[in-house]
Design a protein around this ligand. Structure first.
Ligand code: KMH
Ligand code: ZN
Length: 294
């Protein structure tokens, strides 16, 4: 009986991929007013990214902001930011946001591709973002973004906030518009999108191609419950101040690193080891992408 259990656990561990942790360090909407740890300046962001990387993050999901917190997709600001991060952690994967902030135009959002990022997001549908805000990603926008990234050899992660977004990707894969290794990010718990309940997570997980990899970003109260579910189901995890400002109910996190550390602890419980940036590139088949390896 004990031997069976040991063999089961070994088999489970062998089958489970190492865990990719993405840290979304700042976003475009969250402010220092709600949590002073939200980084704005280049120095603050580079330091926060470094601490998250030391704690176990192999991908930094990056939005650029000016020193007063205003979001921008300006390539000059993004380049300075990415360079500052890569100086402190040279092998980390910088994943730039092409989502930017609500209300930005298509071409404004795509300015960041001019810095030749290794990885970027591809937002796969429109969503209400609470109040009067709408995060617009029309079918033509998604096609336009994907084609630009295909041409530039930029690896993209498909951000899906609800099931219709996944269905769009499936159509685009068939048409050859989405071409790279299929890596999804389920962003759940946005006001206006799907909740982060287990039922919703399972629905999305079952809806993607079996060859695809996925990561889960739980917004607000869903951050750690979804992280745990994803870890259990062989998926990957995104945490960070962009998505959630609390370490636990009522307790603000002091840093992005604290959020990453908490995921590392959950991963240990399930025997999932943490992927280095090099291992992350292998899992996401990025060594075939863009000539960049390490
Ligand atoms: N800030 C949101 C409007 C992404 O990074 O690609 C969009 C967003 C998605 O955060
Ligand atoms: Zn983002």
């Amino acid at each position: 009986m004990l031997l069976e259990l040991v063999l089961f656990l070994k088999n489970y561990k062998d089958k489970m991929e190492k865990l990719i942790i993405t840290c979304a360090i700042t976003g475009a909407e969250v402010t220092k007013e709600v949590n002073p740890a939200v980084p704005y300046t280049i120095e603050e962001m580079a330091q926060s990214a470094y601490e998250a990387y030391k704690a176990g993050a192999s991908i930094i999901h990056l939005h650029a902001r000016y020193d007063d917190g205003t979001p921008t997709q300006d390539k000059v600001r993004f380049k300075a930011l990415a360079d500052a991060i890569l100086e402190k952690c040279p092998d980390v994967i910088v994943q730039v946001s092409t989502g930017g902030a609500v209300g930005m135009s298509r071409d404004e959002r795509l300015d960041v591709l001019n810095i030749s990022p290794e990885m970027a997001t591809l937002d796969c549908g429109t969503l209400n973002f609470g109040g009067d805000d709408i995060f617009v990603n029309t079918e033509n926008d998604i096609k336009y973004f994907a084609e630009k990234m295909n041409n530039l050899g930029v690896r993209y992660e498909m951000e899906c906030f609800e099931k219709g977004h996944i269905d769009t990707t499936l159509r685009f894969i068939k048409k050859g518009i989405i071409q790279n290794h299929l890596h999804y990010s389920f962003v759940l718990g946005v006001r206006g999108g799907m909740t982060g309940e287990e039922r919703d997570f399972l629905f999305l997980k079952e809806s993607i191609p079996s060859s695809a990899t996925f990561s889960v970003a739980g917004i607000g109260k869903y951050e750690f419950s979804l992280a745990e579910l994803s870890i259990k189901h062989g998926g990957h995890v995104r945490v960070g101040l962009e998505d959630n400002i609390y370490l636990e109910k009522g307790i603000l996190t002091k840093s992005n690193a604290e959020l990453v550390e908490k995921v590392v602890k959950i991963a240990k419980k399930y025997g999932r080891e943490i992927a280095t940036p090099c291992e992350t590139r292998k899992i996401l088949e990025m060594e075939k992408n863009n000539g960049k390896t390490m």
